[in-house]
Write a protein that binds this ligand. Structure first.
Ligand SMILES: [Mn+2]
Length: 311
């Protein structure tokens, strides 16, 4: 039997990377040969978490041959996964995002729930199967849930996420979760040596609505001024990315995690008008104040999707 390659989306965040590791282990415990791969470098937050527990980072994949078995975690859209997904043998999806144009040629295993983190879902799957969770994995899974829910600040948070952290912490034994979360957020905000191009691509979702191509980037940070002060450079790079990728719209939300505020950078007048129509906010000097819309998944992408759906 050939191995199942468990992969996360192209631009990996903490939840997706840890999901891949934890789900690969779940498959192995279920007697399915599986291995987690990464498609990209880790961001500073994820690096901090892995260093903290001395966990091994999954190998970088150089691509998968046609017919390789694949499991997708924390994503399900073609625009966010490996380029040759259509040639691969998709067997599993474990995710908590919206679903767009998903189709397969044979029955597969899927598990979706409307909860704050894929790791909460994996925690439930481990519990249901009575699989043991190691201390290292418990710390990793807690970190992933903290990262996706911004320690319960995000409106995506459910009581199941809270419960999962509570239960996992009986194994992980992290004394002060607030303090630990702040260390994570500060690591994520440490962007002093990053180029503007990498900053824009740090955490973005590209998605299609019919023929429209939408790019929604986010910088979750405890230091929003750092990015906002580089606005001029960022705007011109965003214009470049927009024309290179033939995007219909590109936005970059600078999310102040601790104050729960979203200032979004917009690169041209066309996008300014759309942001105004969608979110009912005026923008000036390439900035729109989107108030407390700190969840891209719930407060940005659905609204943009609905707008383009109606065009
Ligand atoms: Mn996630």
């Amino acid at each position: 039997m050939s191995i199942v390659n468990v992969i996360w989306h192209k631009v990996p965040d903490t939840d997706s990377i840890i999901s891949a590791l934890v789900f690969a282990e779940y498959l192995v415990k279920s007697w399915v040969e599986a291995k987690a791969f990464r498609l990209w470098e880790l961001n500073n937050e994820t690096r901090f978490i892995f260093d903290n527990v001395w966990a091994d980072v999954p190998e970088l994949s150089t691509g998968f041959e046609a017919s390789s078995k694949i499991a997708l975690v924390d994503h399900n859209e073609k625009s966010q996964t490996v380029d040759n997904i259509d040639e691969l043998d998709l067997e599993y999806i474990v995710d908590h995002h919206k679903i767009w144009a998903l189709s397969t040629s044979k029955p597969i295993f899927v598990r979706f729930e409307n909860i704050g983190s894929t790791n909460t879902l994996l925690y439930k799957m481990y519990s249901e199967a009575s699989f043991e969770i190691s201390k290292t994995n418990a710390i990793l899974m807690i970190s992933a849930i903290i990262s996706d829910t911004l320690l319960f600040r995000s409106p995506t948070t459910t009581s199941e996420d809270v419960k999962a952290i509570e239960e996992l912490n009986k194994i992980a034994l992290i004394d002060d979760l607030e303090w630990y979360a702040l260390k994570m957020f500060n690591a994520k905000s440490d962007l002093w040596d990053i180029s503007v191009g990498d900053l824009i691509k740090l955490d973005y979702k590209e998605f299609d609505v019919w023929n429209f191509k939408i790019w929604a980037g986010t910088i979750e940070t405890t230091n929003p001024d750092y990015s906002l002060n580089r606005k001029t450079e960022i705007v011109s790079k965003m214009q470049e990315i927009k024309s290179e990728n033939r995007l219909d719209i590109i936005i970059l939300s600078v999310v102040d995690i601790l104050n729960e505020k979203n200032i979004t950078i917009i690169s041209d007048e066309h996008d300014e008008k759309i942001v105004k129509d969608v979110f009912w906010v005026a923008s000036s000097d390439n900035l729109a104040d989107l108030w407390a819309r700190i969840s891209r998944k719930k407060q940005i992408i659905p609204q943009l999707t609905e707008y383009y759906n109606k065009l």
